[in-house]
Write a protein that binds this ligand. Structure first.
Ligand code: SF4
Length: 481
């Protein structure tokens, strides 16, 4: 049986697409490669958002060229946004690549691999639009107790820094019945937590004429027995409506956390970014969310150094950050992405200016996040334990998980393995002290609940082949909307 490995760059969309790539390959008779062994098929699922993405991809392909020579029959495939963008360029630069496939035809990968083998020639197949909604593809999920569920793909916005509309096309919405059927099936398999995924979840439903569809979807998730936690990413401030806030507040299994990208606090920069909200609207949404859900943890994405950003514009961003009291922020230095309108804008900000502003922003974000985290000290919170996240500290027996508001919590757990939570289990803990980017609970477990999610995780341990072979490079960043 031929083996595979999937190497993933980029956002959650790509992480979930990699689960589909693994599912499609498994269905076609491939098996995940054992850790430490050389896979027969290496798939790169690429990202086009970061400046150095090209360098990293071609660097990795360069390392694999001699490996391929030493392993007759080995194949290399490149998919994802970079493949969609660069197409033939990939095989021109790295002629030892066997297959280049796009974001719209993940399901064709086994056929393309076979064709490349038979014809002894690289296959490049990129489709401009979706063959079928990718959720109909078989999926091998990384986690037994948490799952991504796509509500839409593509985006109808035209943010000038973003390559997504050019590469992933117009928004296509999945029907609510299909989404809920997938969620119910996942819960039946032991999944405790789902994250509804779309480039712009607030515009979900526009395609089939129901502007209230996303709020209805959240409420419908609330009616699914056994589904402990519902999250979503990412909303766009322009389309954020009060019915979504009401649905979040009134649906007990929708978690009190919100990740809403700000990108800039300057209205001039927001206009140049073609983001159709202004800072006042953004802050108004946060006020209404906090009025309805007082303990909501709010996180964001911010880009520093967008073309034309002045010191005054940057100061406006710092002002909005101070007013917003984010519990965390993903901060990015603007970098030119060929193919985006911003790439050719005048007044690109010099790198050293971007770096200096970035450092000031990171300091402020860290200071506020720490102060926000300290407010949770002494409180009892529920933690869903996770696999492979955060600190693994054998000496003090710590495990990590996420609180309901999505804060990362490191928990002191019993010494005896049988008394410890399994990934997917739930427990209440008291927060002993806060750090800028996580919380610590040193007092142990107050109320450990063995869950079906933990059972599902344990079942996977006895069937290691069920876990897809793959690597996610770097921290998966949130979709940049
Ligand atoms: S940043 Fe987000 S909302 Fe804007 S175009 Fe890209 S995907 Fe769409």
């Amino acid at each position: 049986m031929r083996t595979y490995e999937v190497i993933t760059y980029g956002c959650q969309m790509n992480v979930h697409d990699s689960e589909r790539i693994a599912g499609v390959l498994t269905d076609a008779g491939y098996a995940p490669a054992d850790p430490g062994t050389q896979a027969d098929v290496v798939v790169f699922n690429t990202c086009a958002v970061r400046e150095n993405a090209d360098n990293r991809l071609y660097g990795n392909l360069g390392h694999l060229a001699p490996v391929k020579l030493a392993h007759p029959g080995m194949q290399i495939a490149v998919g994802g946004c970079m493949a969609q963008k660069d197409r033939q360029v990939v095989v021109d630069k790295a002629p030892w690549v066997d297959v280049v496939f796009g974001t719209n035809n993940l399901g064709s990968l086994p056929v393309l691999l076979e064709r490349a083998r038979v014809e002894a020639e690289a296959q490049v197949e990129i489709l401009e639009s979706l063959e079928r909604f990718p959720s109909t593809l078989p999926t091998r999920r990384d986690s037994a107790y948490a799952a991504w569920v796509s509500v839409s793909v593509g985006c109808n916005n035209t943010c000038t820094f973003c390559i997504v509309p050019a590469l992933r096309g117009k928004e296509s919405d999945r029907r609510p019945g299909d989404i809920l059927a997938e969620v119910r099936a996942l819960v039946d398999e032991g999944v405790q937590e789902i994250t509804l995924l779309g480039q712009n979840v607030n515009s979900y439903g526009v395609e089939f004429g129901d502007r209230g569809a996303f709020a209805k979807l959240l409420r419908a998730c609330g009616g699914i027995d056994g589904l402990e936690r519902v999250r979503f990413t990412s909303p766009h401030p322009a389309a954020f409506t009060d019915d979504v806030i009401a649905a979040m507040a009134e649906t007990p299994n929708v978690m009190p956390s919100l990740h809403m990208p700000l990108q800039s606090g300057s209205d001039t920069v927001l206009k140049a970014m073609r983001r159709s909200y202004r800072s006042e609207k953004f802050l108004g949404i946060l006020d209404r969310v906090r009025a309805a859900i007082p303990h909501a943890a709010i996180t964001t994405d911010i880009i520093v150094g967008f073309p034309g950003e002045t010191e005054d514009d940057f100061a406006a961003t710092l002002d909005v950050v101070r007013a917003s009291r984010f519990s965390a922020a993903f901060t990015f230095q603007y970098s030119i992405r060929p193919g985006t309108p911003a790439a050719t804008m005048p007044d690109q900000v010099p790198k050293e200016v971007v770096q200096e502003r970035y450092e000031r922003l990171v300091d402020l974000v860290g200071e506020i996040a720490w102060a926000e985290n300290q407010k949770v000290e002494g409180q009892r919170v529920e933690v869903l334990f996770a696999n492979g996240e955060g600190r693994k500290d054998a000496a003090t027996h710590r495990m990590s998980g996420r609180a309901r508001d999505n804060r990362l919590v490191h928990v002191a757990v019993p010494e005896a393995a049988q008394d410890r939570p399994r990934p997917g289990d739930l427990a209440d803990v008291v927060i002993s002290y806060a750090a800028p980017h996580h919380l610590n609970a040193d007092g142990g477990l107050l109320d450990l609940r063995r869950t079906r999610g933990g059972d599902a995780w344990a079942a996977r341990q006895s069937a290691p082949q069920a876990v897809p072979a793959g690597t996610v490079l770097g921290m998966p960043t949130l979709a940049r909307n």
